[in-house]
Ligand binder design. Structure first.
Ligand SMILES: Cc1cc2nc3c(=O)[nH]c(=O)nc-3n(C[C@H](O)[C@H](O)[C@H](O)COP(=O)(O)OP(=O)(O)OC[C@H]3O[C@@H](n4cnc5c(N)ncnc54)[C@H](O)[C@@H]3O)c2cc1C
Length: 386
């Protein structure tokens, strides 16, 4: 499953994509002494502001670089469904980070480590040549060619690198978020989650950015337009006004995507959204994309024995199992689940760690015969309903 041969051969590494996963890969591989060039189609590393929620692992992964992008901490989750609610306190807070601060900080790290970054440079395709790989690029309106020994595709869910190297396309779902005024009764350290199975097999969330603003979002299925209509109706029901909209299609993880492929004498790797390294139960891709970046950097530097990729594989598979189970839940099952969580947290688990929240959910599912049946049905059916 994971190639066992460490890749110790030196040579140029080209990273395509200068967002979270690509910049992290470039910084790590350059710090390990390889010659790294990173390309991005955008005009500069100046992304539009967007608040993202991540687990505390983010701090361990980024150390000093993390501090500048953290804007808020989440200490409590409130879960709602059909008039019921449960509240879960976190022992280690989740972090709200600002992408417009994270990306420039990562770009600075990559540059400091010796990676050369180029903007306005679009990857068009690759082919093997006698020395390794020949990349076709477009930069400033002109066609260019570049030689590389190794290429890392960090170019997101629609990865052109992946397609050029023969990976099948990644399946995606629409995510739509509205920035809203934070309701007066919602403290800035509390994330709200609503299960509304008639609207989505996932959930709605409200993540406070600060005292006055929050991001209310939904993950849907099918078209982005239909998903946007749903969130508009939900906002109306909750009497919230959208101040601005954000949205994109994000990958859904269904099975492990092997991150490495030989093409002629060269090798191609995928990281982040390009390899669907997204937790499918919550659709978070930052921390898992960083894990993927670390795994590919280890492979390129011949260190680490692929342990980071194994950990990532396990984490993604657990989230997939939970998602497969929840995907078949009807309203009555969510009502039951929220009641159980409420009782469980009131009785014995006043505080839990969010990474353990998935374990708690799983434990609750396993312990309840009716939920086990539902879980089994989900697992046996294998695929999601469309
Ligand atoms: C609205 C929204 C909210 C989200 N909220 C959260 C959250 O709260 N928590 C969380 O963990 N995750 C969240 N995610 C998911 C998270 O943002 C992604 O998983 C993460 O950004 C993926 O990073 P990446 O580097 O793999 O890819 P991307 O961020 O997609 O970056 C790909 C890069 O490749 C470049 N590129 C693409 N094609 C080419 C080409 N041909 N040539 C050169 N460059 C190219 C692009 O310009 C881009 O810079 C959210 C996503 C969305 C859309």
């Amino acid at each position: 499953m994971y190639e066992n041969q460490p890749d110790t051969k030196n040579g140029t590494v080209v990273v395509v994509g200068g967002s979270a996963a690509g910049l992290m890969t470039a910084a790590k591989v350059a710090a390990g002494g390889r010659d790294v060039r990173l390309l991005d189609a955008k005009g500069g590393f100046d992304p539009a502001p967007r608040s993202l929620i991540v687990t505390h692992h983010f701090r361990e992964q980024l150390r000093d670089v993390a501090a500048s992008s953290i804007v808020n901490e989440i200490r409590r989750f409130e879960l709602f469904t059909d008039g019921r609610s449960a509240s879960v306190a976190l022992t280690r807070p989740d972090l709200i980070i600002e992408r417009a601060r994270l990306i420039p900080a990562l770009a600075q790290e990559a540059t400091k480590a010796g990676a050369k970054l180029s903007f306005d440079t679009r990857f068009l395709g690759l082919a093997p040549n006698s020395r390794g790989l020949r990349l076709e690029l477009e930069s400033g309106g002109k066609r260019q060619e570049l030689h590389a020994d190794h290429v890392v595709g960090a170019d997101g869910a629609t990865t052109r690198v992946g397609r050029s190297a023969g990976w099948p396309p990644v399946e995606t779902v629409p995510l739509v978020q509205a920035i809203v005024k934070l309701p007066k009764d919602c403290p800035r350290d509390t994330t709200r989650v609503w299960f509304v199975p008639d609207d989505t097999p996932y959930f709605y969330w409200l993540i406070p950015e600060n005292d006055s603003r929050g991001a209310l979002g939904i993950i849907g299925e099918g078209s982005g337009q239909e998903t946007k209509k749903r969130i508009e109706r939900f906002l109306e029901k909750k009497q919230m006004e959208p101040l601005e909209w954000q949205g994109a299609r994000i990958p859904v993880y269904r099975k492990w995507i092997r991150v490495e492929r030989r093409v002629g004498n060269g090798k191609v790797f995928l990281v982040g959204d390009a390899a669907a390294q997204v937790k499918v139960s919550t659709v978070g891709g930052i921390v898992t994309g960083f894990r993927g970046a670390q795994g590919v950097a280890d492979a390129l530097l011949g260190v680490g024995g692929r342990s980071e990729l194994r950990t990532l594989h396990r984490e993604l598979a657990t989230h997939w199992l939970i998602r497969k189970t929840l995907h078949h839940f009807e309203q009555k099952h969510y009502s039951y689940l929220v009641d159980l969580l409420d009782r469980a947290t009131r009785e014995s688990l006043g505080e839990i760690h969010r990474d353990h929240a998935t374990r708690l959910l799983w434990t609750v599912l396993r312990r309840q015969p009716r939920l086990i049946l539902l879980g089994l049905r989900g697992l046996l059916m294998g695929a999601w309903p469309r």
